[in-house]
Write a protein that binds this ligand. Structure first.
Ligand SMILES: NC(=O)c1ccc[n+]([C@@H]2O[C@H](COP(=O)([O-])OP(=O)(O)OC[C@H]3O[C@@H](n4cnc5c(N)ncnc54)[C@H](OP(=O)(O)O)[C@@H]3O)[C@@H](O)[C@H]2O)c1
Length: 316
């Protein structure tokens, strides 16, 4: 692909990174198809944009919505289809991993993983036919390293990393490039969405630690970067003759990934044991464990019996 104007569809363009990317790519002269779930936000974006921006409704978790968006793109492009698909829509729910409900975990996978794959499948056939195209998946530094309270979200981004790597190998013969964007900490609505579920932790064994976590999280937000750094990284992936497999931004995030690789797991575990909200004290567990409550009707476990004869123990 050359550096000239391309037809680029962006999912989740109603806020944060997606919105900034739509504005930036349009300014660079690309034909942007900004998509999202909120018509009013899409209208505001189109009014603010300088350049060629069309909008389409697209909820990545709805197959009907995806089909309608494919038809919409066909109309907007005279049947040509997309040059570039930017899979950006996504969110995280934070909290102790064992306390994230099954429904909440599935909701994250429906958007971040299955949504991304369904949108990709829907727009691929035209790219494969033309033997040209580009898929840019917004992953995360959280797809390379795992943090406490991020387990569910991190697992969706690890999935995005594996799927993207595999797609990159498989789609290359069709002239289709696959690149990933790995943002660090970026100031968007992400954090507000992510902590919304923490209130539900008040009735869990982690109740005491969650407040401490929120304090730390607010402090970390001060170091968050402007989403324009990610919009620029996406623009590099759109414009490159051959894109890199991964774009890490802001630059300082590279050091986080490097440290994570350099230090053995044992050392990370040592450091994590010292984080306030992960200590027994932080959790209010520094007293003696309460006596086990007898369950009514529970079967008494018989004491182990001595083996008789020549019983053999096998290790497998
Ligand atoms: N901010 C960070 O620090 C950070 C770091 C690493 C990676 N990321 C990744 O960057 C991407 C964008 O996040 P952001 O930081 O820009 O957060 P954001 O400000 O919350 O924006 C998320 C966007 O995704 C959309 N979205 C969510 N579910 C959707 C669905 N089912 N269908 C269509 N759109 C949907 C949202 O639309 P609604 O307004 O309708 O919900 C919104 O437009 C995500 O994939 C996120 O995982 C962010």
């Amino acid at each position: 692909m050359s550096n000239s104007s391309k037809i680029v569809l962006i999912t989740g363009a109603t806020a944060g990174i997606g919105r900034m990317t739509a504005l930036h790519l349009a300014k660079l002269g690309h034909h942007v198809i900004a998509t999202g779930r909120k018509p009013a936000e899409l209208a505001k974006l189109a009014a603010e944009a300088t350049g060629h921006v069309d909008t389409l409704l697209l909820d990545v978790t709805s197959l009907a919505s995806i089909t309608a968006a494919v038809e919409g793109v066909d109309k907007l492009t005279g049947g040509k289809g997309l040059d570039v698909l930017v899979n950006n829509a996504g969110f995280g729910t934070l909290g102790p991993t064992s306390e994230i409900s099954d429904a909440e975990m599935r909701r994250q996978y429906e958007t971040n993983v299955f949504g991304l794959m369904n949108v990709t499948r829907a727009f691929l056939p035209k790219m494969m036919e033309r033997r040209a195209g580009r898929i840019i998946n917004v992953s995360s530094v959280g797809g390379r390293i795992t943090l406490p309270y991020f387990g569910a979200y991190n697992s969706t981004k690890y999935a995005v990393e594996a799927l993207s790597d595999s797609l990159r190998y498989e789609l290359r013969p069709f002239g289709i490039d696959v690149a990933m964007i790995e943002p660090g900490l970026i100031r968007t609505n992400f954090e507000a969405t992510a902590v919304a579920n923490l209130g539900a932790m008040a009735t869990t064994p982690y109740a005491k630690a969650v407040g401490k976590y929120e304090e730390m999280s607010k402090m970390a937000d001060k170091f968050a970067a402007n989403p324009i750094v990610i919009a620029k990284a996406i623009a590099r992936a759109v414009n490159a003759r051959r894109p890199a497999a991964r774009y890490v931004a802001p630059f300082s995030t590279n050091f986080v990934i490097l440290f994570a690789r350099m230090f053995p797991t044992r050392m990370w575990d040592w450091a994590m044991r010292r984080v306030g909200y992960l200590t027994a004290k932080g959790l209010g567990l520094d007293g003696a464990a309460p006596a086990p409550v007898a369950t009514p009707g529970a079967l008494a476990v018989p004491p182990p019996t001595k083996p008789t004869g020549s019983a053999r123990v096998s290790a497998n």
